[in-house]
Ligand binder design. Sequence first.
Ligand code: ZN
Ligand code: ZN
Length: 499
Amino acid sequence: RYKTMKGYYVPRKAGWDTHGLPVELEMEKELNINSKKEIEEIGIEKFNKLCGQSVMRYEEEWKKLTERIGFWLDMDNAYFTFKNDYIETVWWILKTIWDKNLLYQDYKIVPYCPRCGTALSSHEVALGYREVEDYSVIVKFPHAEKKNTYFLVWTTTPWTLISNVAGAVNKDADYVEVEYKGENLILVKNLLAEVFGENADCRVIGNFKGKSLVSSHYRPLYDYVDGNSNAFSIIGGDFVSTEEGTGIVHIAPAFGEDDMNAGKENDLPVVQMVDEEGKFKERVEKFSRMPIEEANPEIIKDLKERGLLFSIKKVKHSYPFCWRCESRLIYYARKSWYIKTSRIKDDLLKSNEEVNWYPQHIKYGRFGNWLENNVDWALTRERYWGTPLPVWVDDNGHKICIGSVAQLRKMAVDMPRDLDLHRPYVDNIIIKCKKCGKDMRRVPEVIDVWFDSGSMPYAQYHYPFENVELFEDNFPADFIGEAIDQTRGWFYTLLAIST
Ligand SMILES: [Zn+2]
Ligand SMILES: [Zn+2]
């Protein structure tokens, strides 16, 4: 406004952020439904149509308010993130990132509600903690080379034992082998009394450091998992606590952050024996199709019968539940797409050097720290109302990223003249793979709404398909004002995308 009053031409294009889970949640509330299954019963087409209508419901109110508070905005030429032109630019940006090899798919552990069929954000998880009573069991992993010898392994989630691929020890801690009731058992030394009780009749027959156990193999409790040469062995892990349990931690990479990282470091297979509804898959014959909570006592019973259960008790602890449907959350490996922002961290820091922050402490404080600790951008959501990720794949694993409507039209087997780029329409477009001739279909994910917002400098002008000059004259912005929370939201996505 100051510059305008000084006689400069200041474009003041209004804009509408229109995609994302908040919109979906409001629509679910209105339709009185609360699961993905119900959305799909209604149909993605109808659901998305309603989402699209709902975001425009308040346009008039906003226009009036904007006028009344004297906010100078060009509401008549506003951009809308759900318009095809906007989405096309976002696709072009994603394709540019793809061409730089910065877009990749990976497993990540997420807090997941099996009933809602979606991951929850950390903010949502924080809403639903409750005190619960769970099993705390110590099981015996039979040593593969030494007869009658077992590793004592502690867990509070017996159902994850089905997907076990390793045991982890603390390399620098002291471990012992003890003789107890005719068997040799291995555990960390300082938990001996806790595990056996003060006066138990056990005799220490060996003392050694955790690292000497590394690479020993054990026989898996269940044989549903296809291992590799590293599977079912003892690995080292600095996350292993010697304060509780047995000092030997069971590792199931599909069900925990530490487990996943340990799995990557030690080249262990990621074994996912639980389906998206929280039930065991069919190949887990003994517990096939059983919800994991119901399977817990069954697994304990089974291990007991086979002489592989050392002890069992109940413990109280705090555990997260879904704030929407009250189901117990599980930590669950989901494949999703990431942008490798960590690889361009130095460039991000350089870009920040060119920003003039007010107040200045934000530059190396709140914002600079955030950049220093950069982690890859978790780009995709398994939802409906958002910019579809423009990646097509076939059965042979060939992938292609589409960067424009024209490119899609050229490659599509059949494409209607006016294609709405949202789901489900875009999901119906099939591409023939150039490498193998198979049908390629779009991956089901939509992208993080924050990517939409951060694409605004380009997408508001439908750059580079139109307005190239206009964009170049206006980029980067001279001035952006926002609240402090946006340092890690919009400011970050603006900077990351343009870097
Ligand atoms: Zn839920
Ligand atoms: Zn192919």
